[in-house]
Design a protein around this ligand. Structure first.
Ligand SMILES: *[C@@H]1O[C@H](CO)[C@@H](O)[C@H](O)[C@H]1NC(C)=O
Ligand SMILES: *[C@@H]1O[C@H](CO)[C@@H](O)[C@H](O)[C@H]1NC(C)=O
Ligand SMILES: *[C@@H]1O[C@H](CO)[C@@H](O)[C@H](O)[C@H]1NC(C)=O
Ligand SMILES: *[C@@H]1O[C@H](CO)[C@@H](O)[C@H](O)[C@H]1NC(C)=O
Length: 330
C-alpha cells in the first residue's frame, strides 16, 4: 500500500509541471484523496496480554492466553503476538510501536496487583498518547479485560457481586448503541437477534453496576454505555461500552466463546446467529486495528514474536477453555 502511494505521489508531481496535464493532475489528486481517506493496513497484528497463571494453570506455566482469543482475532484476518508478563518497560514500549491493537482477554488475574493489570495500564497510557498524537490505536477488553479498563479509567474498583455465571443473555441496548462505532454497521437482523436471543455469554461474578458507572465522573465522561443487563437480584450492570473520544472498547460478555469454546456447563450459544455475533465483533475490532501503521523493525523480529512460535495445549479436561497457550513457562 505504501509503495503504491509513493508511485502516485511521483506521478502527481511530474505531469503538473506541464499546463496541459492539469486535468490529469486534478484527477490524480482526487484519486489520492480517495486513497488517503481510507488507508487500511492489510497486515494488522494484534497483541494479546498474557495473564498470570492461577489455580490449576500454575503448574503448567507462569502465564497463559486462552486459545479462543487467538482464534477469534485470526478468524477476522489479523495475526497475533502474545505479550509476555516478564518483559522490561522498554521492551513493552517497543512492542507497542510494533503492533496495531491490543486485546485484554478474560480470565482470573487480580485487577490491581497482577502483571496483567500492570501491563494493561502501561499499554493504555501509551494508547491514549498515541491517539492524541493522531495514531488510531485500538484497545479491546473482554470480561476481566472490560473490568480492567474500568479500573484503569476510574482509578478504582467499583464492582459489585452479581449472579452472572454461565448464562447467555440478550443485550439490553441503550439508545446510543444504534449510532455507536461498534454496532452501526451491524446488519439490522443481527442487532434484533442480539436484543432478543441469548447470544452473549456472561461468565463473571463481579459487575460494574449502571449506578456506580453513572456516579463516577471519570467513567461517564470517558465511555458511553451501549448495552446493559440485569441479574437475578435486580442489579443492572454495564455489559458493553465504547470510549467517547478513543478507540477503546469493552464487553463484560464473551463474543469469542460462541464460535470457539464448547464446555457444556457454560451454556454458550452456538446457533447461526451466535456464530455471526462472534464474526461481526471480531471483524469490527480488526478493522479498527487496520487504521494504524505500527510495525516491527524487521521481518525477523516480527516472525519471532508471532503466536506461531507457540503450541496450544488441550485443557478442556481441567477448565472451561478447550485450549490454552503457555506464554511464560515455569
Ligand atoms: C506523542 O507525542 C509526544 C510529543 O511529540 C511524544 O513525546 C510521545 O512520545 C508521543 N507518544 C506516543 C505514544 O506516540
Ligand atoms: C459501588 O462500588 C463499591 C466499591 O467501591 C461497592 O462496594 C458497591 O457495592 C458498588 N455499588 C453498586 C450499587 O454497584
Ligand atoms: C433488560 O432490562 C429490563 C428492564 O430493566 C429487565 O427487566 C430485563 O431483565 C433486562 N434483560 C436482560 C436480558 O438483562
Ligand atoms: C441466579 O440466576 C439464575 C438465572 O436467573 C437463577 O436460576 C438462580 O436461582 C440465581 N441464583 C441465585 C443465588 O440467585
Amino acid at each position: 500500500m505504501r509503495a503504491e502511494w509513493e508511485v502516485v505521489t511521483l506521478r502527481m508531481v511530474i505531469p503538473c509541471s506541464h499546463s496541459y496535464a492539469v486535468v490529469l493532475c486534478v484527477s490524480l489528486s482526487l484519486f489520492w484523496e480517495q486513497l488517503s481517506s481510507s488507508p487500511l493496513n492489510q497486515r494488522p497484528i494484534i497483541g494479546i496480554l498474557a495473564q498470570d497463571a492461577s489455580y490449576g494453570f500454575a503448574k503448567l506455566g507462569k502465564s497463559y492466553i486462552a486459545a479462543s482469543y487467538v482464534k477469534y482475532i485470526e478468524s477476522a484476518g489479523a495475526r497475533v503476538v502474545p505479550i509476555s508478563i516478564g518483559l522490561t518497560e522498554d521492551q513493552y514500549k517497543k512492542l507497542f510501536y510494533s503492533i496495531n491493537g491490543l486485546l485484554l482477554p478474560g480470565g482470573g488475574a487480580n485487577l490491581e496487583t497482577s502483571q496483567y493489570s500492570k501491563n494493561a495500564l502501561l499499554f493504555y497510557k501509551l494508547a491514549l498518547q498515541a491517539n492524541d498524537n493522531g495514531t488510531h490505536f485500538p484497545i479491546w477488553g473482554t470480561c476481566l479485560g472490560f473490568e480492567e479498563l474500568t479500573v484503569i479509567t476510574s482509578g478504582k474498583k467499583l464492582l459489585i457481586h452479581t449472579n452472572t455465571s454461565k448464562m447467555s443473555l440478550p443485550l439490553n441496548f441503550t439508545k446510543d448503541a444504534k449510532d455507536s462505532r461498534m454496532f452501526k454497521d451491524f446488519p439490522e437482523d443481527l442487532m434484533k437477534a442480539l436484543a432478543v436471543e441469548p447470544l452473549s455469554l456472561n461468565s463473571h461474578r463481579w459487575s460494574l453496576s449502571v449506578k456506580n458507572f453513572t456516579n463516577n465522573a471519570e467513567l461517564r465522561n470517558f465511555y458511553k454505555i451501549l448495552s446493559t443487563n440485569m441479574d437475578s437480584q435486580g442489579i443492572e450492570f454495564v455489559s458493553t461500552i465504547e470510549a467517547l473520544n478513543y478507540p477503546i472498547y469493552g464487553v463484560q460478555w464473551h463474543p469469542e466463546k460462541n464460535s470457539f469454546e464448547w464446555n457444556r456447563k457454560q451454556n454458550i450459544a452456538h446457533t447461526p446467529n451466535a456464530v455471526k455475533v462472534t464474526s461481526y465483533m471480531a471483524e469490527f475490532f480488526v478493522n479498527e486495528a487496520q487504521k494504524n501503521w505500527h510495525q516491527f523493525s524487521s521481518k525477523t523480529e516480527e516472525t519471532n514474536a508471532l503466536i506461531y512460535n507457540y503450541v496450544p495445549i488441550y485443557t478442556g479436561n481441567i477448565c472451561s477453555f478447550e485450549q490454552i497457550y503457555i506464554i511464560d513457562g515455569n
